[in-house]
Write a protein that binds this ligand. Structure first.
Ligand code: DNO
Length: 355
């Protein structure tokens, strides 16, 4: 596996490439053209400039998170082909630039959803947290206002203000879309993009829905083993794979994470590894990566990845805000660096004990 860190680009991120380069064992960066809107074609010059900036800092552009999918594709509106064509052109250019892993999601309206961005833990760190009760008490359009003041000035992925201005229209668009329709639209999208992925050897890695259940009555399908295996089978091409995100699948305590990993041998193209601490089945917070700080056995997760021969990029996922850092919630430097080091330690021990 290759340890990486997510980086939003010098215009948007408080963390620098120089800092990332100094985290032991981190050799790559997962980035994106953060200023582009879903559906837009990415310019080759912008892709190459991003790649060069990262390489000049002594790191590799290991993959893209994310090339976002336009809502027309998820909803299956008559103009979806235009947006799929744009997506294909972007993939083509990424392939030509030597990029072989693209993370994306198929979540309607929102990307990941948290109800608090700065819950204070007993040690004084602050973390992202979720309670179902808070979601049930809010209208979707209130949700954005309720969390944006804690965002430290950052624009959160999937929660861009210009998107949120159209939230009612977005909900209207999805009125007729249920789980089956969403599966069908995903299949249509994947079947159209697989030829370009085959040509340039691009691994598509779908990110799970987070939390792994329906929010605000919207359909959500990338939530458990059954659905993800259905998706792998429905377009049975090795380039159709997943981002295994322990913190997203893990929101549903019925998901057996190591078992899910083992069932996806050869199809995990990217791993996000983090821990959650549950206070009740519908109230969780994003703890430190260490097993003892949360609910998951991180050793078992890393062991399952080892057992299936996982050799793709991995990243510590969201970190806590510690040591007075001010950064995009979940994406500061310090706790993600601790997470990377911890995961590297587990991996080294697993590798050595299997020699
Ligand atoms: C949250 C991230 C997600 C992820 C997208 C992929 O921090 O893991 O926003 O990047 O869902 O498209």
């Amino acid at each position: 596996m290759q340890m990486t860190l997510r980086w939003y680009g010098s215009k948007y991120d408080t963390v620098t490439l120089k800092q990332i380069r100094q985290i032991p064992g981190v050799t790559g960066v997962i980035s994106t053209l953060y200023g582009t809107a879903p559906g837009e074609v990415w310019e080759m010059d912008d892709i190459l400039a991003l790649k060069k900036e990262i390489e000049d800092a002594g790191l590799e552009l290991t993959g893209i998170e994310s090339v976002n999918v336009h809502d027309a594709i998820k909803v299956g509106t008559p103009d979806r082909d235009k947006y799929i064509d744009n997506y294909i052109t972007t993939l083509e250019r990424l392939g030509q630039a030597g990029i072989h892993m693209v993370c994306y999601n198929f979540m309607p309206v929102f990307d990941w959803t948290r109800t608090e961005l700065a819950r204070v833990r007993p040690d004084g760190s602050t973390v992202l947290a979720y309670t179902q009760e808070a979601v049930d008490a809010l209208k979707p359009e209130e949700m954005f206002a309720s969390i944006s003041s804690d965002a430290n000035g950052a624009i959160l992925p999937g929660w861009e203000p210009e998107r949120m201005e159209h939230i009612k229209e977005l909900f209207e668009m999805y009125k007729e879309v249920d789980d089956e329709k969403l599966f069908a639209n995903l299949k249509y999208f994947l079947e159209r993009i697989m030829p370009v992925c085959d040509k340039y050897d691009i691994n598509m890695a779908i990110h799970p829905d987070d939390p792994a259940w329906s929010v605000f009555g919207l359909p959500r399908i990338i939530i458990n083993k059954e659905n993800i295996l259905r998706m792998m089978k429905m377009v049975d091409n090795p380039h159709n794979g997943v981002t295994f995100c322990s913190g997203s699948y893990g929101t549903n305590l019925e998901n057996d994470l190591p078992d899910m990993i083992r069932s996806l041998k050869g199809r995990i193209h990217f791993a996000h590894v983090r821990n959650l601490k549950f206070n009740s089945p519908t109230d969780f917070e994003e703890s430190a990566h260490l097993s003892s700080d949360g609910t998951f056995d991180m050793y078992e997760i890393m062991l399952a990845l080892y057992d299936i021969g996982f050799d793709g990029p991995i990243r510590p996922d969201h970190g806590r805000m510690i040591w007075d850092e001010v950064a995009m919630p979940g994406y500061g430097l310090y706790d993600r660096a601790l997470g990377a080091t911890y995961l590297n330690g587990l991996w080294e021990a697993i590798c050595k004990s299997h020699k």
